[in-house]
Design a protein around this ligand. Sequence first.
Ligand code: DON
Length: 306
Amino acid sequence: MDQGMLQQALTHGRRYVRYGKPAGYIPELASKNPSKLGIAVCDMKGNMSAVGDCEDKFTMQSISKVIALILALEQNGFDNVFCKVGLEPTGDAFNSTVRLDHLTDNKPFNPMINAGAIAVTSTIRGATLEERKKVCIEYARRLTGNPELDVDYEVFLSETETGFKNRAIIYLMRSNGIIEGNCEEHLELYFLLCSMACSCRDLAVFAATLANNGVSPITGEQLIQPRTVKLVRSLMVTCGMYDYSGEFAATVGLPSKSGVGGGIISCAIGQYGIATYGPSLDDKGNSIGGLKMLEYLSDSMDLNMF
Ligand code: DON
């Protein structure tokens, strides 16, 4: 993509970062510089354009829910995952606990909310917890094309020490049979996935792999089955941007997933993988500068899939 176009998107996004603030509920995230902003775009041939703070490292947070879902589906098949989690949007805020009443008898609504992602993560296989962790990190490395991608262990510890809501959610799901096995191990894996550190460039490659029907634009390898990619992109449209997913579909129109670390991935199907970073979040938990840059690019380049 034209570097000048990205620069214009960045200039547009910068006007808005002062209207938000970094996520406050995890101490390690609260200390991030809110004026940081970057964007990277990877096309289907692996050509990368990037501007702004595109090399900065940040944690994937909820963007990792997409990786967990892909891995769970590819390891277990659709039926063994969707017996534990639904496919419906909630309209709930990013930091809402969970609708506990719905968990008493039912599955969590979808894999993009914490309860759903925890249920999905519980199905990721491996002989030991260490092996499951290794499988997740290695898959994330292949999806991002970055063999050095790793976990930010300070954020991981911070999450582990403060994740009381997630602990409540998993034990409730354990009591109604959605979760099987060792809850503490599943939670550890969930926090590890959230704490994987990446840059916009890494995530642009991942988004491009999704936009390219599962084929890595870097290696040409089919990393995700096309059937899985379609399902995952559909959930990104309906549930990927928390309780802003409807308005985002209407204004930007790209399958996307946001994380409270400040990242957003977006797929212009068959054209580009886009990743933005800006830790200043709006009140819905989405990167405010990231949203504005995506709006700008979608409008200027007519990327809206609808
Ligand atoms: O579960 C958490 O608290 C976070 N690590 C998830 C991050 C996120 O981006 C938004 N979540 N609900």
